[in-house]
Design a protein around this ligand. Structure first.
Ligand SMILES: Nc1ncnc2c1ncn2[C@@H]1O[C@H](COP(=O)(O)OP(=O)(O)OP(=O)(O)O)[C@@H](O)[C@H]1O
Length: 718
């Protein structure tokens, strides 16, 4: 029997069918990017859409026309000159007459709204204190509901269930992208740019959040928890850009950073800029990636850098970081409407590397925190809160977006909003609401990927398993089949480097050899990082070994899967890592997680996530990959151990010595990434020792003049 099969008894492997290839995310068609919907709502929505089609000027593209999402495609769209006139002219404000006229009579009643939101598993909650909700109900509920609610809330004490019900909101959903223009009257240029991307059906998060952020009622602060790959970027960028277009229209003389988007990694920040550039084309809005040395805050001078010259001024900016304060004062302040940044880079720019008090960002009206839970995690918290406080405009709105969000983050958000308002002398009840929108089950993995949790017993077992994945042709029909492109996650940088060197030559030369596999981590230079990202996106690199640097936010179109070579540090990290596949509703992505003896204490939370995701997917009990006996047998982790794991990962894997060539201290022995057995390594070490001793002897003999002159054998090259 295959040794590897013995190690994978905990998982049910289904025979791979010939048809499985066509289900690969990189080859398959993303028929519908939505993850949750029912036949009943499909009918209701198409009835509503049908009405619009008859009346609207432009007919919406049919669902069948959605273009193939191809991993290897460059996602090119027709070039649009960024120098086109600033949008929102008189014409821009005009909405097709029929559409505008049709708006009111087509508003949905509450039953329809409830039906649609519930079937898409969208839950909107008012997060304010109940008294405040009573004092200032939001206009997203209809008036009947308000009356009912306030009567109920007059009762002296409400049960938890009643409180929950009182907080629930059923705002109008967005049925199609055409409504962005016809109903929400966004800039026509922006609407065209959205249409140019070929998106036809809004994802759940877009369906729920866009009306909230673009609607007529007071723009809320918003906490959004929505699945990985569900299109959150578009959801926050469209309202941000539209708000700036309007701002330019009403305040043509006010220029500066109006919106700030903060993301935890440079890779994600630059991806957001790329997405943003497609949307701002021709709108007159400028979006920029924060770079070292840029001046962005209110430093008390009026110099402004025109972002049109941004590229040419890049190298000067780099130098600026190291210039003395006086000279830095002469560097012009960046003129961009939207700044996308990592927290540290912006904090350093606003405080001259923490040598001065933080400068302010007085014009910022929208602060978007992408992957907000990690931005408010202890690692980044101080920096993120400093940035939040530096946004001093009274009309600031915050948006916190992620696929996972602990209740501590919600509490921190509430208290920060409250403190900020107090500092500004505003009473919370006078202002806008804080809403939370959750799509699906909070903190769960997407239901459209296959999870494989594989017991590999030892580090060697993991490597054997991974090698089988790399050679799918040699595998038996019941083995896991994972076609490149895919990502492999390790716990630490040294482990990523070691795994990369172990696998480098596993890809045959005729298939491109070692150039097909790369390693990406934060110790590489910025340019190395972006080259690798580019080559992976282009399909030149097939397998990318990486750390949690790429676990969040990064969108590679149609990668076929994710391998957790080392188990993730927490359930949330699992959700984000595996969410790099199965994006925009694509089926066929695979997430393989190996675990060893040492990992057993930490596996339960991952197994639970998989179990919930499979329940969400529906299907037969027998189709589940996690067996009940495994769930029951796995130990629960104490709170403290969970915390410890989150901070340090599996302790034994932190050991610094990891490659064969390095000495094997006892603690690291079991955690080395290598296929060689201990016996083989001992033999090698002995051989090395013997060679070393022979060299020493020769050197000693040479020193005493006793060596023969042949000197032709230099020993084994180690
Ligand atoms: N309505 C849509 N229809 C089809 N594809 C879409 C739609 N909206 C967004 N996408 C695509 O879905 C992919 C994922 O989007 P995005 O990166 O915004 O996801 P996300 O929700 O931010 O994920 P993560 O939580 O991993 O950061 C992108 O390739 C994007 O172009």
């Amino acid at each position: 029997m295959d040794a590897f099969k013995l190690l994978t008894r905990s998982i049910k492997l289904k025979p791979a069918s010939a048809a499985s290839d066509s289900r690969l995310p990189s080859t398959g068609k993303a028929v519908n990017p939505q993850l949750f919907r029912t036949a009943e709502t499909d009918k209701l929505e198409s009835a509503k859409n049908g009405k619009k089609r008859k009346r609207g000027a432009a007919v919406q593209q049919d669902e069948e026309d959605i273009p193939d999402l191809d991993f290897f495609s460059s996602n090119k769209r027709p070039a649009v000159s960024v120098t086109q006139p600033v949008a929102l002219t008189e014409d821009d404000e005009k909405v097709p007459a029929q559409d505008a006229a049709s708006d009111d009579d087509e508003s949905m009643d509450e039953v329809e709204r409830r039906t649609i939101l519930n079937s898409h598993k969208i839950k909107v909650t008012d997060m304010r204190d109940l008294e405040k909700i009573q004092a200032q109900p939001t206009s997203t509920t209809d008036s009947k509901k308000k009356k009912k609610k306030s009567k109920k809330e007059e009762a002296p004490t409400l049960s938890k269930k009643e409180q929950k019900r009182a907080r629930r909101l059923f705002p109008e959903p967005l049925l199609n992208f055409k409504e962005l223009r016809s109903k929400y009257k966004i800039s026509s240029r922006l609407a065209e740019n959205v249409a140019d991307q070929g998106f036809t059906v809004p994802t759940e998060v877009q369906l729920g959040t866009l009306p909230l952020l673009l609607g007529q009622s007071s723009e809320p602060d918003l906490l959004v928890v929505a699945p990985t790959g569900s299109g959150k970027t578009l959801s926050f960028l469209i309202p941000v850009i539209n708000k700036i277009v309007r701002h330019h229209h009403s305040n043509p003389n006010e220029h500066g950073i109006l919106s700030l988007v903060v993301a935890p990694t440079r890779e994600l920040a630059s991806q957001i800029v790329n997405e943003g550039r497609k949307l701002v084309a021709g709108t007159g809005v400028k979006i920029t990636l924060m770079r070292k040395g840029m001046r962005v805050g209110d430093y008390g001078d009026a110099n402004v850098l025109d972002e049109n010259n941004e590229e040419s001024s890049g190298s000067e900016d780099e130098d600026a970081e190291n210039k003395p304060a006086k000279e830095r004062a002469n560097i012009p302040v960046t003129k961009s409407d939207i700044l996308v940044t990592t927290p540290l880079m912006l904090v350093n720019a606003l405080s001259a590397n923490r040598t001065t008090t933080m400068a302010t960002l007085p014009l910022v009206r929208s602060l978007v925190m992408d992957e907000a839970d990690v931005l408010l995690d202890p690692l980044f918290r101080e920096q993120t809160l400093d940035i939040w406080k530096s946004c001093s405009h009274p009309d600031l709105r915050v948006g916190l977006w992620s696929a996972t969000m602990g209740s501590n983050i919600e509490d921190l958000t509430k208290s920060t909003i409250r403190e900020r308002l107090e500092d500004l002398g505003q009473k919370p009840s006078e202002t806008h609401p804080l809403l939370r929108l959750v799509v699906g089950l909070k903190d769960s993995a997407i239901p459209n990927i296959d999870h494989k949790l594989v017991y590999a017993a030892t580090e060697q077992g993991k490597l054997m398993g991974l090698r089988q994945l790399l050679r799918p042709a040699a595998a038996s029909p019941s083995d896991i089949r994972l076609r490149p492109p895919f990502l492999i996650f390790t716990q630490t940088i040294p482990r990523a480097v070691a795994l990369h060197s172990e696998l480098k030559y596993d890809i045959p030369a005729e298939a491109g050899g070692s150039s097909r596999i790369a390693v990406l981590h934060s110790d590489l230079s910025d340019s190395q990082r972006s080259d690798i990202m580019r080559d992976f996106r282009k399909g030149e690199i097939w397998i990318l070994v990486t750390t949690d640097l790429l676990a969040r936010g990064v969108d590679f179109r149609g990668i076929n899967g994710v391998v957790n070579y080392d188990i993730p540090n927490s359930a949330a990290v699992y959700v984000h890592r595996v969410g790099r596949t199965g994006r925009a509703g694509r089926e066929g992505g695979i997430a393989v997680t190996y675990y060893t003896k040492e990992d057993i204490p930490y596996v339960k939370s991952i197994a639970n996530i998989i179990d919930v995701s499979e329940k969400l997917r529906g299907g037969e009990e027998g189709d589940k990959s996690i067996q009940k006996w495994l769930l029951d047998a796995l130990p629960n982790l104490s709170k403290n151990s969970k915390k410890d794991m989150k901070r340090h990962g599996v302790k034994a894997r932190q050991a610094p010595r990891l490659t064969d060539k390095e000495d094997d201290g006892k603690g690291t022995r079991g955690m080395r990434i290598s296929t060689k057995s201990g016996f083989e390594r001992r033999l090698e070490n002995k051989k090395r020792g013997a060679i070393e001793a022979s060299r020493n002897r020769k050197a000693a003999a040479a020193a005493s003049g006793n060596v023969s002159d042949t000197g032709s054998w230099g020993g084994l090259d180690d």
